[in-house]
Write a protein that binds this ligand. Structure first.
Ligand SMILES: Cc1cc2nc3c(=O)[nH]c(=O)nc-3n(C[C@H](O)[C@H](O)[C@H](O)COP(=O)(O)OP(=O)(O)OC[C@H]3O[C@@H](n4cnc5c(N)ncnc54)[C@H](O)[C@@H]3O)c2cc1C
Length: 329
């Protein structure tokens, strides 16, 4: 593979950041162009569960990308801790799935040789999957930013990229960007930058809330029930979510939205109703068909690549997706 190429990455979410780190390690000269700030698309708004919520619902392609990313986070967590004193809260929390009928998920777990135990959660039918990890996305982005600076990757924030009629990439100052390769890691906004992606990538709004944990509720595992989940950060904060909404890029959150999230969280742990909700936010996932990301080289413009459409599991799939893209060079 050639080295010392000038590679431009458009989008500084989790995909763009890890892509930049891995290309820098291969000896390339990498620049990230970000229209806002690093991580401010979908990536800092995620819950940080590194596993599919109902794994048997997805194709093996999705699970393989998640599974092949696991080791990377362990190593990254060590690097960010030891070199930059940032704890990304990489925890083996396990996940308890509450379901009336557990047969399909049990079958899938056996097929994939993943260990689990069948145990009731309170009065609910449930299984706990052991090998499920979580991280804190805000801290992850903070750590990645430091790591990128340390490696000397150029980060150009507040730099909205567009294209001209000849398909050149143009920066915020109207200048044509020089480079050997261009990687679109532009999340849900890819459809604005690239007409070919108009029908393939779409924003899916997701909302989360944070409860102030004054009652010191302790979760043993991530909890999942009826499409909603609860998890705990290292400082005890309880995070509940999430919604799946096709509302474009509308970021207005209403009292009804809040009530929906609270109702579903409190169906799992009723005592949460005694706690105050201190944060309520949303992010725009890069939706794609069947949650399968598009990691390809453009058919017509050979220097253009896509690493987009990671939908619900972009944090979980990022490292393996980045490697898959590099294998196309
Ligand atoms: C509520 C919620 C919960 C989630 N929970 C999880 C979870 O538990 N586990 C998990 O794995 N995933 C989770 N996700 C999904 C995950 O956040 C996304 O899949 C992932 O962040 C996508 O990363 P990305 O880098 O592709 O996109 P983004 O993070 O959106 O990054 C794309 C970046 O490109 C920039 N950009 C776009 N267009 C341009 C342009 N023209 N010029 C310059 N810059 C541009 C944007 O500003 C943005 O910063 C969750 C998402 C939400 C919203």
């Amino acid at each position: 593979m050639e080295s010392n190429l000038k590679i431009n990455i458009i989008g500084g979410g989790i995909i763009g950041c890890i892509q930049a780190i891995e290309l820098n390690k291969l000896g390339h000269q990498v620049t990230i162009y970000e229209k806002d700030t690093i991580g401010s698309g979908s990536s800092i708004y995620g819950a940080g569960i590194l596993f599919p919520l109902l794994p048997n619902y997805y194709s093996s392609e999705v699970f393989d990308l998640i599974d092949n990313s696991k080791k990377y986070y362990l190593e990254l967590s060590d690097i960010l801790n030891s070199q930059f004193d940032i704890d990304i809260e990489y925890l083996r929390s396990g996940m308890t799935v509450i379901l009336d009928d557990l047969r399909d998920i049990e079958f899938w777990l056996r097929e994939n040789k993943l260990s689990f135990s069948r145990e009731k959660f309170r009065s609910f039918n449930a299984i706990t999957i052991d090998d499920v990890y979580q991280i804190n996305p805000k801290k992850l982005i903070l750590g990645l930013k430091k790591y990128l600076d340390y490696l000397g990757v150029q980060i150009l924030e507040y730099n909205l990229i567009s294209t001209d009629l000849k398909n050149n990439f143009i920066d915020i100052n109207g200048k044509k960007i020089p480079g050997d390769k261009f990687i679109l890691a532009s999340g849900a906004w890819t459809r604005d930058l690239d007409h070919d992606m108009r029908d393939k990538i779409f924003p899916v709004r997701g909302q989360l809330i944070e409860y102030k944990n004054t009652n010191h509720i302790q979760l043993d595992h991530i909890l999942y029930k009826d499409g909603f989940y609860l998890l705990q950060r290292k400082n005890g904060a309880l995070i509940a979510g999430s919604t799946l909404e096709n509302v474009g890029f509308d970021d207005n959150l209403t009292d009804q939205d809040l009530e929906l999230l609270k109702k579903n969280a409190e169906k799992i742990i009723p005592e949460l109703s005694e706690l105050e909700v201190i944060n309520h936010w949303c992010g725009f996932r890069p939706g794609s068909k069947d949650n399968i990301p598009i990691i390809v080289q453009d058919k017509k413009i050979k220097e253009k690549f896509y690493n987009v459409g990671h939908y619900r599991y972009g944090i979980s799939m990022a490292p393996a997706s980045v490697n898959k893209l590099i294998s196309l060079f």
